[in-house]
Design a protein around this ligand. Structure first.
Ligand code: MN
Ligand code: MN
Length: 475
């Protein structure tokens, strides 16, 4: 009887604590692991500020953990068996990692997916110009940004310049403490009477997002001497000409490292939590799972912020092609097996959620909102207006996820993106659902989403990783 009573008490406690702040549940040992994970994560997002950098670093991490390049296996027709680990690097901007399961691929995969592109400003193809002895770089913004947030902050340039001879120059200026930084100007308040009357959408226009990069003229040059000086520096340091920007991808991103936020250091402010916080934790979860019944997959994709289009976005067939190669290398290829492998899969489509912001309570509906410290967020549906464009996961699938989370004592919450009709958003979930697989949106709650510096709770980062491990083991 006593045992029963205490069992009941535990159950009640569990119910009460479902929405309990996750911080209150951690042992000292867990806190240590949490601190290690979030320290590593801060280092990852401080170093990786483009999709290319995220993929390169992820490949390095995977290789260090015994993953082989699937392209090598394809070239050598090397057969794969349960427990083998491979990755498929798609053009250096998207990545699929697999742990081959004991069961055949036709039984489906357990898939984690997230995106590694983040909102930013891209340099135009012809970016460099001089105006009144200042040199500026013209940009075109990428993804949904509040343009006024990108002025008067230190900026860095990350990317590649691809030259005609086939060589590639990696650009990374502004994040080393000895580097210079760059900046977009805003109008001084003293002369802003007219500007201050404008709407926030117009106060800084897209075409005005020009990055200041130089002001010293080259001696002995009569025409556009400041531009000539900047181009000379680029030629001397990187061996590139102005024309080489035609075949370059340079991203203007906030300069500086991700840092602890708050007296209690419970949060992280950093660039690109959307969606590297889900990407990094998904990758770490893969490393923590050694063998799985069904094949485990982790997808880190590009172009989500602009509709998942292009060869490196989720709408590309690269993942389907990689699965076809796996079917071939684990047995005999057939299209039917590929279709079954995809249709029988389950997926967590991970992307960040809007965290409740007490400064803007009017856009949230408190019962169906994500909060800091309450764990990974499941969004049964996203979309806008009448759930338009939403994947809307099946209730049967949501029930299985709940059971897996509770079994592994993972803190989780459910949420919508704000009140009905105040806005909306989408993810890669609906694209994967086309294969007839079960997909649900999941992720980490973020404050200031899409701002140069976004904020997450360390405990939510930890719970996301725990959730991904639980998903890979249970589903
Ligand atoms: Mn996102
Ligand atoms: Mn986003």
């Amino acid at each position: 009887m006593a045992a029963k009573a205490s069992e009941k008490k535990t159950d009640d406690k569990k119910k009460e604590t479902k929405k309990e702040n996750a911080w209150l549940t951690y042992s000292d040992a867990t806190r240590k692991k949490l601190e290690k994970l979030t320290t590593d994560y801060k280092a990852f997002i401080s170093k990786c500020k483009t999709e290319r950098e995220c993929v390169a670093e992820s490949v390095a991490i995977l290789e260090a953990n015994g993953y082989a390049d699937l392209k090598d296996c394809i070239a050598k027709n090397k057969k794969l068996k349960a427990g083998d680990k491979v990755y498929y690097n798609n053009m250096g901007k998207a990545l699929a990692a697999f742990i081959i399961g004991k069961k055949p691929l036709e039984d489906g995969m357990v898939i984690l997916g997230a995106h590694v592109d983040s909102p930013r400003l891209d340099l135009k193809q012809v970016p460099v110009y001089e105006d009144t002895e200042q040199v500026l770089l013209d940009t075109h913004y990428y993804g949904g940004v509040k343009k006024y947030q990108w002025v008067t902050i230190p900026l860095a340039l990350h990317g590649v310049i691809c030259k005609k001879d086939g060589s590639i120059v990696n650009v990374n200026i502004g994040d080393d403490e000895n580097d210079p930084v760059f900046e977009i100007t805003d109008l001084l308040i003293h002369l802003s009477a007219a500007q201050m009357e404008k709407s926030a959408a117009k106060v800084i226009e897209g075409e005005a997002l020009n990055v200041l990069v130089g002001s010293e003229p080259l001696k002995g040059e009569d025409k556009e001497a400041v531009k000539a000086n900047v181009l000379k520096l680029l030629k001397d340091k990187y061996g590139v000409e102005a024309e080489d920007f035609l075949s370059a991808e340079i991203e203007v991103v906030p300069a500086g490292k991700a840092r602890d936020l708050g007296f209690d250091r419970s949060m992280i402010t950093g660039y690109g939590h959307d969606d590297r916080v889900c990407a990094y934790t998904s990758l770490v979860a893969m490393l923590e799972v050694d063998k799985t019944d069904r094949t485990a997959a982790c997808l880190l994709v590009d172009k989500e912020e602009i509709g998942s289009v292009g060869a490196t976005g989720m709408q590309s067939l690269f993942f389907e092609n990689a699965v076809a190669e796996l079917v071939n290398l684990t047995g005999t290829y057939s299209e039917l097996k590929v279709r079954r492998a995809l249709a029988n899969s389950v997926m967590l489509s991970s992307d960040v959620s809007a965290a409740f912001d007490p400064n803007f309570p009017e856009v949230f509906e408190r019962k169906n909102t994500a909060y800091f410290g309450k764990g990974i967020v499941y969004n049964k549906y996203t979309g806008s207006r009448g759930k338009s464009g939403s994947n809307d996961a099946n209730a049967e699938y949501v029930a299985k996820i709940r059971a897996a989370m509770e079994k592994h004592k993972v803190a989780f919450q459910t949420a919508e993106l704000g009140k009905v009709d105040v806005g909306g958003g989408g993810t890669i979930a609906y694209i994967m659902a086309k294969y007839n697989m079960q997909v649900i949106d999941a992720g980490v709650a973020v404050l200031c989403m899409h701002a140069p510096w976004e904020i997450v709770s360390k405990s939510d980062v930890w719970e996301a990783k725990q959730a991904y491990v639980a998903f890979l083991k249970e589903m």
